[in-house]
Ligand binder design. Structure first.
Ligand code: PLP
Length: 407
């Protein structure tokens, strides 16, 4: 553990954590749904609107130049954070938008009847539905890579399904339901041997561990800003330069062009080619502040802290009678899905809320996974570095109490 970091003191950075809910201190265990924002991020968004609100890339006046420098500064910050080149980072409104861009701009022109797109059984709908839509248009087939009983990717099944008919393998880096950390480097290397392109959904990885995209060996990597302490409506697509060059723009409009006449339009270079219209300027400035904030703590330290909380929470939850945890991968992020025999997940979540504990209940945008687990809904406690052992005890106590009420 990084003994230099006072994790409890870091809670003061998050104004939202100071409040009470139903008369109880808020215990926020829903970071996999959206991350809370530290004051520095709120301040960065606020400063843009107060001090230098202007459009980016178009104005030569002082405010416009400052806004552009700050907005593009986030691209630099993210590029360093993820070990990629800034020109390979396309800003999007989030993971969903980034995946749809790849689906329409890269996959659709290449997909033919009889082709296959592979996804894992545990994908978020954002990394499933867009591919399914492309398959329906073209007569291609979307196939799942199955899981082992522990909730890990079945590498034998993946091996069996890879082949020349596969045009893309889209796989999560970390499952938002089971917490499974997939061996993504190995998976991408297997795909590469078959000439299969790979897209990695990093939505749940970027907030919780150091991620070096260059070392993964994927073709596309996507993530969403609001889960990394950043504002909603931000995110990015990283893609190999050759892909960005070969992809036609998806949205047309301002900012993405070089020259326009009624006869033809020549497009700007990537990444701007894919960023039509006025972007979420304040949001991306906030995202830059969020990444600086996390870098200041250190992603390796955050990962270690969260692994500690995960071990403790898993052990303490096991004491609750009738509680079943879904997902027993050997590498897991701090996401714990569980059910309690005889108690409905939504009823439990409602009772937990009365004790100030915020968890998610439901299907977590992963219906095929829930079908495989054979349950209608799970409760999900997802931890962040600012959570404490006391909060885990409050969760466990609240579960004991709720179970007795519902049994
Ligand atoms: C949250 C999440 C998404 C979708 O992110 P949006 O911000 O809603 O676009 C996709 N995949 C995973 C694994 C997620 O956790």
């Amino acid at each position: 553990m990084n003994t230099a970091t006072d994790w409890t003191a870091l809670r003061d950075d998050f104004p939202i954590l100071r409040q009470q809910v139903h008369g109880k201190p808020l215990v926020y265990l829903d970071s996999a749904n959206t991350g809370q924002k530290p004051q520095v991020v709120i301040d960065a968004v606020d400063a843009y609107y107060r001090d230098y609100c202007a459009n980016v890339s178009r104005a030569v006046h002082a405010l416009g130049e400052r806004a552009t420098a700050m907005y593009e500064g986030t691209r630099e910050t993210l590029a360093r954070f993820l070990n990629v080149h800034r020109d390979e980072l396309v800003f999007t409104s989030g993971t969903t938008n980034a995946i749809n861009l790849v689906a329409y701009s890269w996959l659709l022109p290449r997909l033919r009847a009889g082709d296959v797109v592979l996804v894992s059984r545990m994908e978020h709908h954002a990394n499933l539905v867009p591919w399914q839509m492309m398959c329906e248009r073209t007569g291609a087939q979307l196939l799942p890579v199955e899981l082992t009983p522990q909730g890990e990717i079945d590498l034998d099944d993946l091996r069996a399904k890879l082949g020349p008919q596969v045009k893309l393998l889209a796989m999560t880096h970390v499952s938002n339901v089971l917490g499974t950390i997939t061996p993504i480097r190995e998976i991408c290397s297997m795909a590469r041997k078959h000439g299969v392109a790979t897209l990695v959904d990093g939505s749940q990885a970027i907030p919780h561990m150091p991620v070096d995209i260059a070392s993964i060996g994927c073709d596309f990597y996507v993530f969403t800003g609001h889960k990394v302490c950043g504002p909603t409506g931000t995110g990015a697509l990283w893609a190999k330069r050759e892909h960005l060059q070969s992809m036609p723009p998806f949205f047309g409009g301002g900012e993405m062009i070089r020259e326009v006449s009624f006869e033809r339009t020549s497009f700007n270079d990537p990444p701007h080619k894919f960023e039509a219209g006025t972007p979420n300027i304040a949001g991306f400035i906030g995202l830059g502040a969020a990444v600086d904030y996390l870098s200041g703590i250190g992603m390796a330290a955050i990962a270690e802290r969260e692994q500690f909380l995960l071990r403790e929470a898993t052990a303490r939850l096991r004491d609750v009678p009738g509680l079943r945890i879904f997902g027993a991968a050997s590498h897991k992020a701090a996401v714990i899905s569980f059910a309690i025999d005889g108690a409905h997940a939504h009823d439990l979540a409602t009772l937990l809320d009365l004790d100030g504990v915020a968890v998610r209940s439901g299907q977590h945008c992963a219906h095929p996974l829930l079908q495989w687990l054979g349950v209608g809904a799970t409760l999900r406690a997802s931890l962040a570095f600012f959570n404490t052992l006391d909060e885990i005890d409050i969760l466990v106590r609240a579960l004991h109490k709720a179970r007795q009420l519902l049994a």
